[in-house]
Design a protein around this ligand. Sequence first.
Ligand SMILES: [Zn+2]
Length: 254
Amino acid sequence: MTVTEQLLKLFRCDQQLRGLQTRLTAADRFLAEQSRLLKEAETKLATLEADIKKLKVSVSGQEGEAGSIDARMAQLREQMNAARTNKEYSAFVLELDVLKKRKKEIEDGQLDQMGKVESAEKGVTEARAKRDERQVIVEQASRDRAAKEAEIKDRVDELRGQRATLSKDIPADVLKIFEDLVARHGDEAMSALHVVDRRNHEWACGTCQVVVPVQVLNDISAGKFVRCKSCTCILFAEEDVTSKKPPKKDKAAL
Ligand SMILES: [Zn+2]
């Protein structure tokens, strides 16, 4: 096997690995996005629950005040009965009026607060339902991701094994060039020549479409390691690039 053939095998291995990895990446992204939405739902629920707590504290504070007003009013009524002078009596009436007004304010406020608590509780119920729904989606996404990982694991291990075996036989400097190219160009790190004009030995790089010199065709044909002068990718041929005749299958197609 020529070094280019070895590289091509390695390249195919890498392509498959990248393909498998892409499937996992999509599952990862979905899981991350759903987890983010779950966190949002949890924050919203916690905020609403804190609001209710505050409202309830305020309601109970008002209940306390209403209780002490009631007590004072009962006391005042007794004092009025026992009043000795008109002036004393009038003072009690005046205080009673003030307390009645305050009591009314508190009762109105309480009604308002109760309405707020009620609507906040409705909000909490809705937020909790949304949180639960999202939780289900996240759990499912997490299971799907794990299943995908398990599904591709054997194939990934196999490909990595093949990769390791192939890499061993490739000269280190060539391997370094190959890996740099793959890191930069991915699926375009290696490029098959395609025919432009077979009779005139015109073949172009499949990546950048630049026609390569005849010498390059001879080198490729001889199994040498050749890179495109224009786009730097590693060139390979899927058929005999030195022949003027089309391969048999082309003839059959005609
Ligand atoms: Zn090129």
